[in-house]
Structure formats: C-alpha cells, structure tokens
Design a protein around this ligand. Sequence first.
Ligand code: PAF
Length: 283
Amino acid sequence: MNVINNIRQVRSWHTVNRGARCVFVPTMGALHEGHAALIRAAREIAGSNGNVVVSIFVNPLQFGPGEDLEKYPRSLVEDLSLCRDNGTDMIFAPKAEELYPADRSIVMRESSLSQMLCGASRPGHFDGVCTVVAKLFNLVQCDDAVFGKKDFQQLAIIRRLVRDLDFNVVLHAIDTVREPDGLAMSSRNRYLTPEERAQAPALHAALKLARDTWKNDGERDPAALVNLIKKHLQQHAPLGRVDYVSAVDAVTLQPVSATTELVVVAAAVFFGGARLIDNIELK
Ligand code: PAF
C-alpha cells in the first residue's frame, strides 16, 4: 500500500497505474466500520486488476466558524491499518497547505440542493465539500467513487456535481453501517457522553417507526410522519435537540406534499456538541 501526501507523487502514481480501473473512497479519516464497508465495496468494484484509492483529508473548507475543525478526531496510524486490512492500494493524505494555496481564489458554489436540511444550518458546508471533491477527482483521476448513504444530502449534491461539471466518474452509494443498537456509525459518535450515547439510537428507531407506519399502516401524510418522529425523540432522547426532520424528494431534496414515491425522511439531532444525522427511504 502506497501512502502519498503530495500532488506530484499522486500524478506520478497515476501515470504508472494508467489503464487500471481506479476506484476512489474520499474520507476525512477517523475511520470506522462504515468506512471499511466503503473500502470493501471499492475493492469489489476494482476487481483484482484495479486499484482502490482512499483519501484522508480533514477539509477545512467544509467547516463553518465555531464548528469542530480543530477537535475533529484524527487517528492516522489506525486509519492506515484499517485501509490496509480492507484492500487499499494507495492512500492520499495531504496537508491543507498542499491542497489549498494561501492565495487561492476559486471555489465551487452549489445553489439549490445545499439550501435545505443540513445545508440550512451549515452555510457554505456543501460548497466546501464540492470544492474538495472536485479537486480530489481531478487529482486521483478515478473511474468510480464510493460514498455512504448516511450522508444522503452530500450524495445527492455530489451526483449533481458530477452531472453539472461532466466528471467522468461513476458514483456508487453504499448502505449505512450501524452499531448493534441501530445508531449509524459516524466519526462524531465519539463526542457523545455515555448518557447521550444511550439515547442516540432513538434517532434511527424514530425513522424506522415512521417508515413502518408508512408501510404497514398506510400513513402518507409527511407532516404526520415528521410529528411521529419528533414525538418519539422527545420521549426517548430528551438530551437530543432536533435540528430538522423532513420528508423530501430523493433527487430534488424538496419537501414533499405526499409520500408516494422516492421519498427520504432525513433528520439531524444535536446531542451536546455532536450533531448526528440519519435518514430512511420510504419503500
Ligand atoms: O463525507 C466525508 O467524509 C467528506 O464530506 C468528504 C466527502 C470526504 C469530503 O471532505
């Protein structure tokens, strides 16, 4: 496994490996079983002749003022062994100065899908994500890229980025990996106190309750489903503070007036300083 931290070496790695299918997993490190599943999926897609590339980069552009950039967990040594154990060929782990010249003056701006859900409470976040993903796609020159469905809005925006800017990259979406009690795996779970950790699975339970009510009891009113989720959270996660709960169209991310097709119910809840997100498809 090659570990590379500068642009020049990525370019020469790419020259040497030209012709082999390249499957890319962008991450911010602090890797867990959810990332391992993405890397294993990438390995499958790449096959034995292809290459799996993982980037590890805590992207300052996607953190707002007062967010957790400084304290975002960093665990490079453990990350490298998780990557190796799951079949990574190359890791790109640059420093911020390597990717962002001090006098940089060009960034991406997404003006539609980033305005709601997480984007409403994290202005500029998805512009930062689009900027770094576009840069990484240019550098890694991948054929395929693998993203998790937990970050459902991010996935929708990256699909749009690929479409609107004509990146020749096939995107693959991988199911959320959960702890045994249902909590979606996230690098931010480690911020939770034991009391918060005990209540956090209520987020997934509430979304499942809404999905089951939709599926088994025929409830189609999005407002009723959202209320059900909020009520469940009030009862089972009193330490949580709801940021949003919303039933949206899976492609446009616009709130729906009826939950008939391709609807995702997405939610974000603060537990102390940690903001946890999760979602469920109505199907
Ligand atoms: O999902 C993440 O970890 C990040 O947003 C990404 C896609 C690696 C961009 O920094």
